[in-house]
Write a protein that binds this ligand. Structure first.
Ligand code: ADP
Ligand code: MG
Length: 395
């Protein structure tokens, strides 16, 4: 069921709107090293500002453990957002309390207030109802907008609890876009529908594989997770990453998949897990004693790229190799290029996969680059996300 969005709100002039954004940005020495998540919130914020709403933004940043900690302050995000909006953004010293109600009360139409890191309060992750109620009361908001897709798989006070204390709860534009694109993979996808899965472990992605297998035309497996499947096929894998306890499950999945699940035919093997390790490309059946597979080989990359290129819808999660080291980045690069060139709809999800396509400068040419790592995996597993379920259905 599609969700109502900020476009369905009607007149919001002068109304205070509580917007959950995802400003969990990487910080290096107190400076934001990647502001993608802040930029991603701009369409929602501009839409609401232009409609005359008064915005109270909330987010978490990192994992502060013992209350307020300046290291996890959202102040740098307020400064950056101010630059991007071209107008000052007020920073609140906390997310509840007198200072918040004073600052929220002083907002004019189109003004923006950012609350301090919501995880400075342990009640946030416990989804404490009294805390959620207090956040809404102190901000004076009558409307909740959830635009934090990346946190929507968590039932926290700021992602779910607050919805119970406002008149209306709707999706922001980023949330809407995430649900629309990722939803394509779950609801009657256009065919051929190809999924490319890689990354470190099978265990992280079992539910996604089980949910997508019946829907896909082909599931192309690479990365570290391929080795548990190769072992399940009886192939010796040397020191490659294998989850021994998942071998029976891998066998079971391959059986269910019929011919849909593809495994690499060649790979780049290395003498050690090091950038400068001795390495060569060999058929997957061959791993020199004590060596490990760190990337798919050129033949596999070509076959996977062709298959993905023919798809009407292609969804990719998980790098094809240890792309952080140049000698093992070719497989991931080939997939990134294939998705960028693909005439069909292309979607990339997963923190490291998104980092890879961004680093490779190809993110702009992919139809949808998901901002939600864990959330996108849970969504693709078919799990309802609490931060989405609490929003109004579209009329
Ligand atoms: P995502 O964040 O996109 O969901 P994952 O977190 O599952 O992806 O996996 C990413 C990691 O998997 C990367 O750090 C990469 O180095 C690692 N990886 C990929 N292929 C291999 C391999 N063959 N052996 C060991 N690690 C691998
Ligand atoms: Mg990851």
């Amino acid at each position: 069921m599609p969700k109502a969005t900020i476009r369905d709100l009607g007149d919001v002039r002068g109304a205070r709107v509580f917007v959950r954004v995802d400003y969990n940005v990487p910080l290096e020495g107190g400076a934001i090293s990647d502001d993608t998540r802040i930029r991603a919130s701009l369409p929602t914020l501009e839409h609401l500002r232009q409609a005359g709403a008064r915005l109270v933004l909330t987010s978490h940043l990192g994992r502060p453990k013992k209350g307020p900690d300046p290291q996890f302050s959202l102040k740098p995000a307020a400064a950056r957002l101010g630059e991007l909006l071209g107008r000052p953004v007020t920073m609140a010293p906390d997310c509840v309390g007198q200072a918040v109600s004073d600052l929220a009360g002083a907002l004019g139409d189109g003004d923006v207030l950012l609350l301090e890191n919501v995880r400075f309060h342990a009640e946030e992750e416990k989804n404490d109802p009294a805390f959620a109620k207090r956040m809404i009361a102190d901000s004076g908001a009558s409307i909740f907008v959830n635009d934090a897709f990346g946190s929507a798989h968590r039932a926290h006070a700021s992602t779910e609890g607050v919805a119970h204390h406002v008149a209306r709860s709707v999706a922001g534009l980023l949330m809407e876009k995430e649900l629309r694109y990722l939803g394509m993979a779950l609801e009657a996808p256009e065919r051929p529908f190809v999924t490319v899965l890689g990354g470190a472990k099978v265990s992280d992605k079992i539910e996604v594989i089980e949910s997508l297998l019946p829907r896909v035309d082909a599931l192309l497996v690479g990365g570290g997770m391929a080795y548990t499947f190769l072992r399940a096929r009886g192939i010796a894998t040397g020191k490659s990453l294998v989850e021994e306890d998942k071998i029976p499950l891998a066998k079971d999945l391959m059986q269910k998949a019929g011919g849909k699940l593809r495994l690499p035919v060649d790979h780049v093997v290395a003498a050690a897990f090091k950038e400068d390790a001795e390495h060569r490309t060999l058929p997957v059946e061959e791993v020199p004693d004590g060596w490990m597979g760190l990337d798919i080989g050129a033949r596999t990359a070509k076959a996977y790229a062709e298959e993905a290129g023919r798809a009407k819808l292609v969804l990719w999660n998980g790098p094809m190799g240890v792309f952080e080291m140049a000698p093992f980045a070719q497989g991931t690069l080939a997939m990134a290029k294939a998705l960028a060139d693909s005439p069909g709809v292309s979607i990339v999800g997963g923190g490291d996969s998104v980092a890879a396509v961004t680093q490779m400068g190809l993110a702009d040419r992919i139809d949808h680059v998901s901002t939600g790592g864990g959330a996108s995996l849970e969504f693709l597993s078919g799990e309802p996300l609490p931060g989405v379920a609490c929003l109004e259905d579209a009329k």
